[in-house]
Write a protein that binds this ligand. Structure first.
Ligand code: NI
Length: 256
């Protein structure tokens, strides 16, 4: 059994064939899906999707760093209101993205810090998006870090040193996705040095499809390709990689 710890199955890219996508994922051993929200505009479709697939799909609530605009305080209020009424399995995705927009770093940091506090208050994992911003993310997290903080560095693509920094925080796993299959991606070299107990699997679908589907729509059934590549790098069986990463995911999402 595999768990896709990060997929946006509720987005319009899957509107026409979501049933086949779920069925094909389950056929490939992917039995549970965690859905990080983007912002208030995607909330209803996420919740509708979760309602359609009970026991398979679990909702997270957060504000994606690329959706942090001038009105971000309104978005944070929206999250607080939903958290007061409804159960979620984590806060996310949140974090810092300096690839698309470097001008609003201060707002991104404020929104990220608020969401870390919400994760702590609600005893939920925080799912972190970090793109061209490892130092900035790490600085924020280090300031807030204590025994009540835990979660996932989603789409981890960093160096061995950065992986060790994440591990040193104490409560964080690294989400490994399609980048692991990219030629010259370099992630295989990092992963070789990192114990499997620190890793969880994710697709981030519809984005970041693994080879040989790179550039096409990603979907959760491709999680098996990522797991197979991880097994190859770690010189373990697919079954062992599945068992360990599933246990890690259950630990993060408190479903042990
Ligand atoms: Ni994502």
């Amino acid at each position: 059994m595999l768990i896709d710890t990060h997929t946006h199955l509720f987005l319009e890219q899957f509107a026409a064939d979501d049933e086949q996508v779920i069925e094909s994922a389950v056929t490939n051993g992917v039995e549970r899906f965690y859905l990080p929200n983007i912002d208030s505009s995607t909330y209803d479709s996420m919740m509708a999707f979760v309602g359609k697939y009970p026991g398979r799909c679990y909702p997270l609530i957060g504000l994606h760093p690329c959706s942090v605009k001038e009105d971000f305080e309104t978005e944070l209020d929206f999250i607080r209101e939903k958290l007061s009424k409804q159960t979620f399995n984590g806060i996310g995705e949140t974090g810092i993205d300096l690839y698309w927009d470097k001008t609003n770093l201060d707002n991104q940091i404020t929104a990220f810090t608020s969401q870390i506090q919400l994760a702590k208050e609600n005893k939920l994992p925080v799912i972190i998006h970090c793109r061209e911003s490892f130092n900035e993310v790490f600085e924020v997290i280090s300031k807030c870090n204590d025994e009540s903080l835990f979660g996932i560095f989603h789409c981890f693509t960093g160096s061995v040193k950065q992986a060790q920094d994440v591990i040193s925080l104490g409560g964080f796993k690294m989400g490994i996705g399609g980048v692991l299959t990219f030629k010259n991606g370099g992630l295989d070299q990092t992963v070789k040095e990192i114990d499997l107990k620190h890793l969880v699997l994710e697709t981030d679908s519809p984005y970041l499809a693994p080879a040989p589907y790179r550039g096409k729509r990603n979907e959760s059934s491709y999680l098996k390709i990522i797991a197979e590549r991880l097994a190859e790098i770690k010189e373990k069986s697919l079954e062992e990689v599945a068992a360990i990463t599933t246990e890690n995911a259950n630990m993060v999402f408190c479903q042990l």
